[in-house]
Write a protein that binds this ligand. Structure first.
Ligand code: SIN
Length: 173
């Protein structure tokens, strides 16, 4: 079976044809706002920040798995390769479907070797960057809120989102 695992915008805006969607997790990976976005949620002059995955023992990254029919598979990868072209590469990983089996999936990860990989030392700096950026796909704050709402609707606790939520409150004061 062909699965795409999404943990960022692919969750709320897959824009691909799929026959089934399931909550799923990748074990040993953590979601981080460490990838600069000069093309979707920012500009080359003022990049925003989008999520990528970093390896972290004892951590699960929950997201959504989309099942793709064989006839749609090549087209799906073509669409996602284009959309995720700023630093993300395809990775073939084992995921766990919620209350289900282990399956192989393709997920897009921006590794630390790409030029847009840019961790910031604090959640406050990250939140400030997010509040100030906007790009062709919309504001960076909108990206954050959609991610937060999607995870909330899936009843997923995420440490990065919690840290950033607190930082947004702090910079709002
Ligand atoms: C994903 O959604 O799985 C990748 C990151 C993004 O496009 O936001």
């Amino acid at each position: 079976m062909n699965w795409i695992f999404g943990y960022g915008s692919i969750m709320w805006n897959p824009a691909i044809s799929y026959s089934e969607v399931r909550k799923a997790k990748l074990s040993g990976w953590a979601r981080r706002f460490w990838q600069l976005s000069p093309d979707h949620r920012g500009t080359p002059a003022f990049p925003g920040r989008v999520v990528t995955l970093v390896e972290k023992a004892d951590c699960d990254c929950w997201g959504l798995a989309f099942r793709i029919e064989e006839s749609q598979w090549d087209k799906t990868l073509e669409i996602l390769d284009e959309r995720e072209k700023n630093g993300y590469t395809r990775h073939f990983l084992e995921m766990n479907l919620a209350a289900g089996s282990e399956e192989l999936c393709v997920t897009y990860i921006a590794r630390d070797t790409n030029v847009s990989f840019s961790p910031l030392p604090s959640a406050k700096e990250t939140a400030l960057n997010i509040t100030q950026a906007t790009g062709p796909s919309g504001s960076n704050t909108d990206y954050f809120l959609r991610l937060r709402d999607t995870l909330e609707s899936l009843q997923v606790y995420d440490e990065e989102i919690e840290r950033l939520n607190k930082a947004f409150v702090e910079i709002d004061r």
